[in-house]
Design a binder for this molecule. Sequence first.
Ligand SMILES: [Zn+2]
Ligand SMILES: [Zn+2]
Length: 101
Amino acid sequence: MGVRHGFTCTNCEYTCEVSGGKDRGMRSRTDTFVCKDCKIVQDIAINKEGADDKTINELCCEKCKGNNLELWGENIGRLSKPCPKCNATMKMTRPMNVMWD
Ligand SMILES: [Zn+2]
Ligand SMILES: [Zn+2]
């Protein structure tokens, strides 16, 4: 994993720590998805070394293993995102938390 950011909802208690979009780690690339069943945000690896990107239909939620996934706030930018719980705005709170695997 590369840079991760803390996001906090301005309305409810939900927080998450994710890259917030496409990211490149040592061995895989990730993107940030919402599971519409669990209503959680998570980074999911979209490819492994040397392999093609997976399509969204080939990915699964790490919690429920389903694939009711959608890219998180794809066209909104990195600083504010929709909360998966209540649809209010989530704001980036810790922009410089660097964690390398
Ligand atoms: Zn919320
Ligand atoms: Zn899920």
